[in-house]
Design a protein around this ligand. Structure first.
Ligand code: GLN
Length: 537
């Protein structure tokens, strides 16, 4: 049966537990092991779908339509696994399930309690992904040891290890080893306290991943091992990487982290093979050329809000041995100063997804600028919808054209609410969500990019292109190059007379991987390189 690795965090948040878990997933998969990732989030929202990007960053959507934590994006990008609904549980979801059971009468006569019921529900969620086809389950626990809200999760893990047997469970604690510049020393005490805090709960860490600004000496590592109760080869340092987060697995591999895990569980694994991964890093490091891509969004000051897009651009750039410099352009700036001032000198313009009325006029202006100046333009979800609205307003001359999300009384609802969406009352989990097939038109840019006729991409939106306007768009030069297989829904628009202009209703950024870049990002960067050469020649 499956083995279980639990990744916890101590001292401070934002230490990179997600990347640590994802890197471990990559190492184990590269040794031929079958891996499933899970993330447990201690907050009470049932899922992050209703949370603002300011609070939570990007919402990552799985093939099966779950709105999940952005760490699942790291897992997919590093490990190459495909995640699903069962890979992300919040405290809210655990409680929701439990309370529904209570209302149904499942516990009739009994008191429902954090222990054993909440903890039992957590253990069940962990077991739900274990199977004879899975060698290792890697579950990351959000939050920091010592948080009140993490406590039931950690208690559940303690119970889980008790029941599964020590040899089948491993605890990895990600912690901070600060460097005090004035004293010129690294300090082990916060990590000692953090490991002690875990032991108070009954959890003894098997391995420490120590985030540190500076490399840790043998002496410091041995001190950490002694006082935190781990083996000497179980202190892994995680210093800042120079070029790319994708170097982190290589750093762990150099310290034989994979060997430690394989030996701990007595697994039968092949030798580590990270060739494709190293090739990727080599392309990143050796990239000489740089292109500048404008990201026209309203959350530009929150780096995590467009996490997967940033990563996908890096993947697309590395494919061409090119650095992609992302120029964050806030929609507010475009609305205030016009697109020329904000977008001068960029090689490509990417208009990402979004919700709510603020900033949508800025997106429309950026798209007009890209269309008129022949600058490569890539619109995603709301970006595609705004490309349609821009075309309606400025090419079809349909005054007041808009999405009904922003102007419900518009005379030209280019982007409309789907029939089944009109009945929706609850906001959580009710959009058009998850992977859907899409049929590409023969001879289109989309077909050239994907190199096939039927594709599958993930969606997260409520509104759709209004079919009443199809003829006018086509007659005036906008190609509707991707539709749902029955032809009912427009999924991709493009301008054949433009160097590169494409808008997609889905979120391709969710499926890009460093060693397998998404073809639209790959070709968008290629178009930006062409533009850059043309302008500078
Ligand atoms: N707000 C738009 C909709 O709901 C676009 C969503 C998005 O960009 N993800 O359809």
């Amino acid at each position: 049966m499956s083995k279980f690795i639990f990744v916890t965090g101590g001292v401070v948040s934002s230490l990179g537990k997600g990347i640590t878990a994802a890197s471990i997933g990559l190492l184990l998969r590269s040794r031929g092991l079958r891996v499933v990732h899970q993330k447990y989030d201690p907050y009470l929202n049932v899922d992050p779908g209703t949370m603002s990007p300011y609070q939570h960053g990007e919402v990552y959507v799985t093939d099966d339509g779950a709105e999940t934590d952005l760490d699942l994006g790291h897992y997919e990008r590093f490990s190459g696994v495909t995640t699903s609904r069962n890979c992300n549980y919040t405290a809210g979801r655990i409680y929701d399930t439990l309370i529904k059971k209570e209302r149904r009468g499942d516990f009739l006569g009994g008191t429902v309690q954090v222990v054993p019921h909440v903890t039992g529900e957590i253990c069940e969620a962990i077991r739900s992904v274990a199977s004879p086809d899975v060698d290792v389950v890697i579950a990351e626990i959000g939050g920091t040891v010592g948080d009140i809200e993490s406590h039931p999760f950690l208690e559940a893990l303690r119970i889980f290890r008790q029941k599964e047997g020590r040899g089948n469970v491993m605890f990895i604690h990600v912690t901070l080893v600060p460097y005090l510049h004035k004293a010129g020393e690294v300090k082990t005490k916060p990590t000692q306290h953090s490991a002690q805090r875990l032991r108070e709960i009954g959890i003894i860490a098997d391995l420490l991943v120590c985030r540190s600004e500076v490399p840790l000496s043998k002496e410091i590592k041995n001190k950490l091992a002694l006082f935190c109760n781990v083996d000497e080869d179980a202190v892994i340092e995680a210093t800042d990487v120079d070029h790319s987060i994708y170097e982190i697995p290589l750093m762990f591999a150099a310290q034989k982290l994979d060997d430690f895990i394989v030996d701990h569980f007595g697994l039968n694994a092949k030798r580590l093979d990270l060739k494709l991964w190293r090739d990727y890093i080599d392309r990143v490091i050796s990239a000489q050329r740089t292109v500048r891509i404008a990201m026209v969004g309203k959350y530009t000051e929150v780096p995590d809000a467009y996490k997967s897009i940033h990563e996908s651009l890096a993947h697309g750039g590395a494919f061409h041995s090119t650095k992609v410099k992302i120029v964050n352009v806030s929609t507010d700036t475009i609305e205030e100063n016009g697109p020329e001032a904000a977008l001068a000198g960029v090689d490509g313009i990417l208009v990402p997804g979004g919700f709510g009325t603020r900033g949508h006029e800025g997106k429309i202006e950026a798209i007009r600028y890209a269309r008129e100046k022949g600058i490569p333009m890539f619109g995603i979800c709301l970006g595609m919808q705004m490309a349609a609205v821009e075309f309606a307003r400025n090419v079809l001359k349909l005054k007041g054209a808009d999405s009904i999300e922003f102007t419900p009384e518009t005379p030209h609802p280019i982007i409309n609410l789907m029939e089944e969406q009109k009945k929706v009352m609850n906001l959580g989990g009710t959009m058009r969500l998850g992977a859907m097939p899409c049929k590409l038109a023969t001879g289109s840019l989309a077909e050239k990019i994907y190199g096939k006729e039927i594709i599958s991409e993930r969606h997260r939106h409520r509104f759709e292109f209004n079919n009443d306007y199809r003829d006018q768009f086509v007659k005036n030069g906008m190609k509707l190059s991707g539709t749902s297989p029955d032809g009912g829904l427009v999924e991709i628009v493009e301008l054949p007379d433009h160097p590169f202009f494409i808008g997609v209703q889905f979120h391709p950024e969710l499926k890009s991987r460093p060693i397998d870049p998404h073809p639209i990002f790959r070709d968008f960067v290629a178009a930006a390189i062409e533009r850059n050469k043309k302008v500078n020649s």
